[in-house]
Each structure stands twice: as structure tokens, then as C-alpha cells.
Design a protein around this ligand. Structure first.
Ligand code: GDP
Ligand code: MG
Length: 602
């Protein structure tokens, strides 16, 4: 039954434009016809991701009848957030077409443009769709004109649908069949298979999602990886329909899953090409190591819990391999892990999953990006402020410091443009330019492009963008390499001793503001001691800000940690042993919760 004519496609859209709803609509529609009904959102698997509106990785097949003939449609799911841009492009590598979904009430947004270009560059057939036409605020005519102006799309090619009510979705399935070409690929050719995703199954080990480019893949086949040259044997293969359906073979163009005695998920390299052992082929383009852009240290609140924390982290990374892990030890916080993420949203999602999995509070240090220190004879990438040179002048043989930057695009209604320019400049934007996207009857929208330091968008940029534009601005960015920058390491000293876990790398233009802000925060959180304690922020030997914590007179520590933060308390209640561990911070003994307060409370 699975030798039907094929169509491989993705749905690409700005977040919230209806990708999951349309996917569900297509799937449930066809499943109800062919199988038992199933109504929950099959695509959004993981709880947190559902909460955040991010769709997890998956791929599903459905059978659809068109002109009396059955077709097998493979929907290859792409993640819906800018943090995962690279995952989007590798999913597209397995498709011949893409549905470009645009919300008819919102219009073209920043990610609509980036995903469009991504799909276009890969030569995919694009089916433009206006979604949510059931909304009273929908403006299908204006938005269609906008799509024509922005993408050069003929308005008569645009489908108008409501994924929610189902209006027009039948036409979507038909367009997939009539407009997207079937995959090409010779049956009689050396086997060439593209690995685009993988997950871990408790019972069968690593399951990889693959697309067969040429040749036929059969159960029992011996295969090798272009990347590692390791050999495997296919123990099971099949398609996702949407549950796994084992088959005997997969033909060129087919997308499916394989199990092949891979023991560790780290063996399944996303973007890898697999070939028949003994018949090597040219690897497909698209292999890229995961590139962590944001790093943070994670420590247990109670340091004796480290083994449990590490176990939880390892368990979670089985299903999310884009997180990188390194052990890290801090004199203040003890043993912990330094984790690397694709972006801040990715970090938030992981953090929440970790707190659920580990069932206790964690201390997570301020996020940092990978900086480049250029010495006279070498370059070093530094992802932990502790490793950053104290002084960066000639005595340290440092030629220059560079930081990662991104090419940002922001789409915003005209009336917010001035505010957003200001926001960009206050985040050290360079090379700023803009152009009008359209001049509709309601209001014109402007696309603003600039170079922004990555470190500036990992903190509060998103939130400010949303609040300054009343939620109307959309944002997208892509890696734009490194640029020279005037950065320094800021240390915090208690009683003259630096506290490693608190060190920050900052731009010198912000040193006073940041120094003062953190010193105040520390002053508020650290309990008084028997003697006076100076709290200082310093760069090299130079003190930038200072507060003095007065000596304790009576017992003021009692009640300091009572119920400030609901979230903390919830987790503390969960902990059976309520004993308070003291930690040395500089020369001062502090409850570890103090760190939690300092680092979690911006
Ligand atoms: P995704 O982020 O692109 O996956 O978007 P979702 O499918 O999660 O949809 C975002 C929101 O838009 C949800 O609240 C949906 O119920 C809603 N939505 C999706 N399609 C339609 C539609 O055709 N009409 C209306 N009125 N709402 C829709
Ligand atoms: Mg979704």
C-alpha cells in the first residue's frame, strides 16, 4: 500500500499563523476517512512546547484520494521559532514543496519572510495560503497584495482558508497533489539516504527519521554513515502514518523512520548521509554540527544533589540533542553543568522541562554568548565568563575581542517605527536601514534591518520589542558572524574576594549601569554578617560600583527567605529535606537560596 505516488511537503509560517491547526486539520481529515478518528493535536507532543506554541519534531504521512487515485502525502514538520531556524532548513531538505501560511489578519511577518527565502533557495514549490479568513479582522485582499509585493506571488495562486473551521482545507490537499512535484530519484542507483531528525526510544534505542534520495532501503540492509563511517544494520523501518507503520522497504522519495542498532543518540548526526556499506556516495549538503549560541551554568540548589541533576539533564538531552553539555565547577556553587542552547527560548523551554524532570529548583547563571578572544598567535572562543581574561590590554597579549552578531529584521507598523529604532540603537545596533513593505489603507508597515550583538537579544530585547510596539512588531534574525567589540569582564567582590559564579562579560558603554544595578541587587539579597561587608563591582583592578552591607545587630536573617517568590516556594515544598545548606561566597557564608534569588530575579 505504500508504493503510492508521493508528495513531501512542509508547512512554513510565522509563529501562531496556524501551522499546527492546519496540520491537524489535514491529518484528522484524512485519518477519519482511512482510520479511526483522532482529535487531539497529534503534532504537538511535548507539554512545554505546546504551552509555548512550539511544535516538536515529527513527520506524518497521510493518504489522500484525488481524481480517483490515492496519494501518500508526507508532512515533514518544522519547528516554529527563530531559535530553531537551522532545524527548519534541514527539514526542508527532505521536501519538494512548502505551504507558506500567512495569517489574513496579521499579514506578512518577519519569520514569514525568512522561511520563504529558505524554501525558495532550496528550489521548493511554494503554495501560498491565507489562513484565518473566518476572523472578522481578516483582510484577505490587502494581505494578498502584500504577499505579491513581498514575495512576487501571483494573488490568483493564493488559497484562502480557515484551518479552524476547515473551510478551504480540501483545496489545500488538492494543491499539494497538483502543484508539488513528486520526488525524483532513481530506484536503480546506489543507496543515498538523508538523516534529518532522530529521537530516542526506551525499547528500541535511537530512531532516525530519514528521506531516501536514491536506491531502495530494505530491512536487514547494512548501511554506513558518511560522517562517522560507522556501520549499522537496519532492524526495522517504516513510515509514520502518523503512528509508526513498519514496512519492508522505502523507495526513493519516501520519508520514514529506521531503527538500526545505534546505541547513543549522539551517533545520529542530523544532516548525515547514509549509504549501503561498500557502496560509498557523495554526502548530501546540509551537514552541520549543532551550534550553541547561548550558554548558562546549571547547578543544584543543594550541591549533594548533583548526580541526580546530571542524570535528569542526560535524560532530557536524549530527546533534545541540540543542547550541549559540559561539566563545570564553581567555588561558590559547587559541581554543575554548563549547557549550550540554540537561543534563549530554547533555554527557557529546557529549563522548565528540567525543573519538571528533576522536580526541584536549579540555579542557572546569567546567559552568555560565545566570545572570541584574539591573541597575537591564536583565537579562543569563550563561553564562560570565568575564562575571560581579566585584562585585555597589550600586557595580556590580547589583540582584540570579538562578539557574535546577528542580522536582524523587524517588521512593524509605521507608528511604532521611531520607538523601535530607539530600541535598536540602545541595544548597540549598527548598519540600520529600512524600507516600506506596503502602503495599505489601514497603516503602512516597515521592515527594519540591522546588525545587533547576539548578547543584546538574549536578555530583554524580545520583551521590550513586544511592549514598545503593543505586540505588533515581529522579529527574526540569522547568524552574521563575529565583530570586534569593546568588552570586559566584570567581577563582583564580597569582602574583597571575587565570586566566580557572578562574573559577567559586558560592553564598556554599560559598565556603570550594570555595575550599579548588580551591586544593589546583591546588597538587597545578602543577609547581614557579624561584620561590615563591602560589595564591589570591578573590571580588572578598577572598582566600578560599591555598596556596603552594614554589620548585623540583631538576628535579621530570620524571615529573609520567607515566601518572596511563589515559584521558589512551590519547589522548596517539593523538597523533602528542608535543610538549608550554607555556601561560601567570597569569605561569607550564605544560604544557597541567596544565589537563586540573585540569578533568577532580574
Ligand atoms: P502555529 O504557531 O503556527 O502552530 O499556530 P497554531 O496552529 O498553534 O494556531 C495559533 C492560534 O491561531 C491558535 O489559537 C489557533 O486556534 C488559531 N487559529 C489557527 N487557525 C485559525 C483559523 O483559521 N481561524 C481562527 N479564527 N483561528 C485560527
Ligand atoms: Mg504550532
Amino acid at each position: 500500500p505504500f508504493l503510492l505516488p508521493l508528495r513531501n511537503f512542509s508547512i512554513i509560517a510565522h509563529i501562531d499563523h496556524g501551522k499546527s491547526t492546519l496540520a491537524d486539520r489535514c491529518l484528522t481529515g484524512t485519518i477519519q476517512k482511512k482510520q479511526a478518528g483522532k482529535n487531539e493535536q497529534v503534532l504537538d507532543k511535548l507539554k512545554v512546547e505546546r504551552e509555548r506554541g512550539i511544535t516538536g519534531k515529527s513527520n506524518h504521512s497521510m493518504i489522500h484520494e484525488f481524481n480517483g487515485k490515492d496519494y501518500l502525502l508526507n508532512l515533514i514538520d518544522t519547528p516554529g521559532h527563530v531559535d530553531f531556524a537551522w532545524e527548519v532548513s534541514r527539514s526542508l531538505a527532505a521536501c519538494q514543496g512548502a505551504l507558506l501560511l500567512v495569517d489574513a489578519s496579521q499579514g506578512v511577518q518577519a519569520q514569514s519572510i525568512s522561511v520563504f527565502h529558505n524554501a525558495k533557495e532550496r528550489g521548493l514549490k511554494i503554495i501560498p495560503i491565507l489562513n484565518k479568513i473566518d476572523l472578522p479582522a481578516a483582510q484577505p485582499e490587502q494581505i494578498a497584495a502584500q504577499m505579491q509585493a513581498t514575495f512576487g506571488i501571483d494573488p490568483s495562486d493564493i488559497l484562502r482558508i480557515s484551518a479552524k473551521t476547515g473551510q478551504g482545507t480540501q483545496e489545500v490537499l488538492e494543491a499539494i497533489i497538483s502543484r508539488i512535484p513528486s520526488p525524483s530519484g532513481r530506484i536503480r542507483a546506489p543507496l543515498k539516504t538523508f538523516l534529518f531528525d532522530s529521537f530516542y526510544d526506551r525499547y528500541r534505542g535511537v530512531i532516525s527519521l530519514i528521506s531516501v534520495q536514491e536506491g531502495v532501503l530494505r530491512k536487514g540492509d547494512k548501511i554506513s554513515s558518511c560522517h562517522t563511517r560507522k556501520k549499522y544494520e537496519i532492524t526495522e523501518l517504516g513510515i509514520l502514518h502518523p503512528e509508526e507503520v513498519p514496512t519492508q522497504s522505502l523507495n526513493p522519495g519516501q520519508v520514514g523512520y529506521i531503527a538500526c542498532n545505534m546505541k547513543q543518540s549522539s551517533e545520529a548526526h542530523i544532516g548525515d548521509t547514509l549509504y549501503r556499506t561498500g557502496e560509498p556516495v557523495e554526502p548530501m549538503e546540509g551537514f552541520q554540527e549543532t551550534k550553541a549560541m547561548v550558554f548558562a551554568g546549571v547547578f543544584p540548589v543543594d550541591s549533594s544533589d548533583f548526580p541526580k541533576l546530571e542524570e535528569s539533564i542526560n535524560r532530557l538531552t536524549l530527546t533534545d540533542r541540540s543542547v550541549t553539555i559540559q561539566r563545570e565547577s564553581s567555588s561558590a556553587l559547587g559541581q554543575g553543568c554548563r549547557l549550550g542552547f540554540l537561543g534563549t527560548l530554547h533555554m527557557d523551554v529546557f529549563r522548565q522541562r528540567l525543573e519538571d524532570e528533576y522536580d526541584a529548583n536549579i540555579i542557572i547563571t546569567a546567559p552568555t554568548v560565545p566570545y572570541k578572544v584574539v591573541y597575537h598567535d591564536r583565537e579562543v572562543i569563550i563561553s564562560n565568563p570565568t575564562d575571560f581574561p581579566e585584562v585585555t590590554d597589550a600586557t595580556a597579549r590580547v589583540k582584540e575581542i570579538q562578539e557574535p552578531v546577528v542580522q536582524a529584521s523587524i517588521i512593524v507598523p509605521e507608528e511604532y517605527f521611531g520607538d523601535l529604532m530607539e530600541l535598536c540603537y540602545s541595544h548597540r545596533a549598527e548598519d540600520l536601514d529600512h524600507r516600506y513593505l506596503d502602503s495599505g489603507a489601514v497603516s503602512s508597515r516597515i521592515m527594519l534591518n540591522c546588525i545587533l550583538p547576539l548578547s543584546e537579544i538574549v536578555t530583554d530585547f524580545f520583551d521590550q520589542l513586544k511592549s514598545r510596539s503593543s505586540g505588533f512588531a515581529s522579529f527574526d534574525y540569522e547568524d552574521a558572524g563575529y565583530r570586534k567589540s569593546d568588552l570586559a569582564k566584570m567581577s563582583f567582590l564580597l569582602n574583597g574576594k571575587p565570586v566566580d559564579a557572578l562574573a559577567l562579560i559586558i560592553h564598556r558603554s554599560a559598565q556603570e549601569t550594570v555595575g550599579r544595578q548588580w551591586v544593589k541587587k546583591l546588597h538587597k539579597v545578602i543577609p547581614r554578617q557579624l561584620y561590615e561587608v563591602p560589595i564591589q563591582a570591578a573590571i580588572g583592578k578598577k572598582v566600578i560600583a560599591r555598596e556596603t552591607l552594614k554589620a548585623m545587630r540583631a538576628d535579621v536573617t530570620a524571615g529573609l527567605y520567607g515566601g518572596h517568590y511563589e515559584r521558589k516556594m512551590k519547589h522548596l515544598e517539593n523538597q523533602k529535606e528542608g535543610k538549608r545548606k550554607m555556601k561560601k561566597m567570597g569569605t561569607i557564608d550564605l544560604p544557597q537560596e541567596a544565589f537563586f534569588d540573585i540569578l533568577s530575579n532580574k
